[in-house]
Design a protein around this ligand. Sequence first.
Ligand SMILES: [Zn+2]
Length: 307
Amino acid sequence: MWTAPLVFELPAFLMGLLLGSFLNVCISRLPQHQSVLRPRSHCPGCRHTIAGYDNIPILSWILLRGRCRHCHQRIAWRYPLVELSFALWLTFAARTAFPLLKPALPPGPFVVLLVDAAGLAILGFLLIGLLVMDWQTHTLPDAFTLTGSLIGLLLICVRAAYLLPHQYDLLLHGPNPLTSVGGALDQGNIVLTGPEHLILGRLYAMALWTGALFFLQFAYRTLRGREGLGTGDIKLVAMITAFLGFWLSAFAVFLGVTLCAGYACALIARRRATAMTRLPLGAFLCIGGLIAAILGAPVIAWYTSLF
Ligand SMILES: [Zn+2]
């Protein structure tokens, strides 16, 4: 068992630090509509290009004591925090892929495990990035939300291609192996095959969420005469749904809205906000999405077991 950290966790952590560093570049530049590839990283204070040895995730920040080498301006603690957060997230995602180490895993389950772990990793990258961007700039760039939705759907298509025969079929009369007429494997009994059920179900869930939230946005605008729900928030929920499906995104939205309401109450109680204050709902939806991705499946299993 001691080999597992060496095989998966340590490389995932180091890779996570590097990708977290790139995520910081995305967070700084996407809200400003700047390219994330060019120019090279530079100090926002003195515009000095940051040398490679000063750009090592976390370590450089600690060695430079959180200041630019040239102008000594403070470097926000957001940089090491994002790097560490994504490194931990990627380590967690890699852990879910431990069964890949089993010898002679059939190709189907192998691909499904790989796709699930990759989906978890990508969703974490997008949500951590969007969380910080929404919190700091009140923007949720399409480059993350729309691209993320497409990636989520693509992963679902790959997963659908590797379903076992009749796995996840949508049946008219339910699986009853005793009768021949309308039996589980009777072609006439299958409403949607497994892959159709999975892909169409995901698209349907996204359409349902987007439609409901656009209606809410429209109703709020008509009744109150001002913007309540941002279109970026709607695209964010669509993205979470593409990755996690209907019920887990419902859990994410429930958590996000609850946390945001709690935050609003805390602000109002401390007289730091009024009913007109703009809240970073998207950031809280991201937190909800991250929690749902980790805890969602056990929570939903517990909830459905109550009935
Ligand atoms: Zn500087």
